[in-house]
Design a protein around this ligand. Structure first.
Ligand code: NZQ
Ligand code: ZN
Length: 384
């Protein structure tokens, strides 16, 4: 196990009615920028309830609405402008990962003289951020408890992750009932995203990080169990609650500290989203089984067999056989969740494979299995 410094500072209020804790925002001042997306929070009544609590707490609220899925740098710039002009004290993001990510870079941009795109490209330039609060409405990215944000400049066909300790949310409200209204497509994509975050951490070359690995396997089993339950009955509280908590635990550092490894399916998927603006979790569901097939070899079979035995309960003598069956079941699971299985289904062809692979290669350096540009192209080809 590697050395590490554990730091997960976000205060979480989890469960029904926990939105009442939004009155704690007054600890950070009195002017709030409320950031949200295309209107799902209004339809679900969350917007009205939040405003009521904020107003009762004596807070002044300004708004930035219309944040896009795969949030754009233009929205970040708008938010930063409001913060600077109105001397905003804190950000409140209410929504999914896109809204929270947008709020994070607004929070950092408000404390910087740099153009926010510079903060996306050069995370080391983030030296401070306004306090960021969030109310999560979609279990997927784990943005509610991590320091990362993913922002796109679609004109340049670029989508990059930035990250900073300063952008970790101060507080997150997680009410599983708020995810009852999430569509089938987003429920499935969100589940695939959580699963991918767990895989990205789980497939590491760091030896003897057993605590992290066993935590990860427990999280995977939880997702494989509750994903289909949430699809079948969107108002199943336990399913929504378990997916929501798994989304945070997958990426908040818990299973990563001491077992660090570079991620690789994410850099590949971010190129798909950058060029084709597809749903992140769908891209991951398409690529993951092909990455697994590529990564399986004599050296990695023990790790894949751990996955097969401990998560799927597969019993066989030969590790290679267990591994192949585990990959087959992973693929089957995504199919049963109604997720697309090929790039063709989401409108992607070979046109940009070369440039996408070139851009993804740098992000994949140091991953579980070495990936060169040609390898990434072959994974894309196999996924067509
Ligand atoms: O915009 P609104 O109207 O809110 O609708 C959203 C959006 O259309 C809708 N939605 C959200 N909550 C809902 C709801 N609809 C009904 N009921 C609710 N309760 O769902 C749609 C998708 O929302 P979005 O926020 O885009 O989804 P998600 O949470 O999956 O976020 C995806 C973004 O996060 C990035 C992805 O790349 C992508 O840009 N990621 C962020 C990470 C992080 N910060 O650590 C890590 C991830 O790997 C990921 O890359
Ligand atoms: Zn992800």
């Amino acid at each position: 196990m590697n050395n590490f410094t554990y730091s997960i500072p976000t205060k979480v209020h989890f469960g029904k009615g926990q939105i009442a804790h939004l009155d704690e925002l007054k600890d950070s001042g009195n002017k709030v920028l409320l950031v949200y997306g295309g209107g799902s929070i209004k339809r679900a009544g969350i917007y009205d309830r939040a405003l009521e609590i904020l107003q009762e707490a004596g807070l002044t609220v300004l708004e930035l609405s219309g944040v896009e899925p795969n949030p754009r740098i233009e929205s970040v710039r708008k938010g930063v402008e409001i913060c600077k002009k109105e001397k905003i004290d804190m950000i409140l993001s209410i929504g999914g990962g896109s809204v929270i990510d947008c709020g994070k870079v607004i929070a950092a941009g408000a404390c910087s003289e740099e153009d926010p795109w510079e903060l996306v490209l050069h995370p080391e330039k983030i030296k401070a951020a306004l306090p960021l609060y969030c109310v999560l409405t979609l279990a997927a990215t784990g943005s509610e408890m991590d320091g990362a944000a993913v922002i796109s400049d679609l004109e340049k066909q670029e989508k990059w992750v930035t990250a900073s300790e300063y952008m970790k949310p101060v507080m997150a409200v997680m009410d599983p009932e708020y995810t009852f209204s999430v569509s089938r497509k987003q429920t499935a994509a969100g589940t695939a995203d959580i699963i991918s975050h767990i895989f990205e951490n789980y497939f590491t070359n760091v030896k003897a990080a057993d605590v992290q690995a066993r935590f990860a396997e427990g999280l995977l089993k939880t997702c494989f169990h509750y994903g289909p339950v949430a699809l079948k009955n969107p108002e199943d509280y336990d399913a929504r609650a378990n997916l929501m908590w798994a989304s945070s635990m997958a990426i908040n550092g818990l299973i990563q500290y001491g077992a660090e490894v570079a991620w690789c399916v994410h850099p590949m998927e971010h190129e798909l989203s950058a060029f084709y603006d597809i749903t992140h979790g769908e891209g991951l569901a398409i690529l993951t089984p092909h990455w697994m097939e590529f990564a399986l070899n004599e050296n990695t079979a023990d790790k894949f067999a751990d996955y097969g035995r401990n998560v799927w309960g597969i019993q066989a003598e030969d590790n290679m056989e267990i591994s192949r069956e585990a990959i087959r079941r992973t693929k089957e699971f995504f199919k049963e969740m109604g997720l697309p299985a090929t790039l063709t289904e989401v409108g992607i062809n070979r046109t940009y494979f070369d440039i996408m692979a070139e851009k993804a290669e740098a992000g994949c350096q140091g991953s579980f299995v070495e990936l060169k540009k040609e390898d990434i192209i072959s994974i894309f080809e196999n996924a067509l």
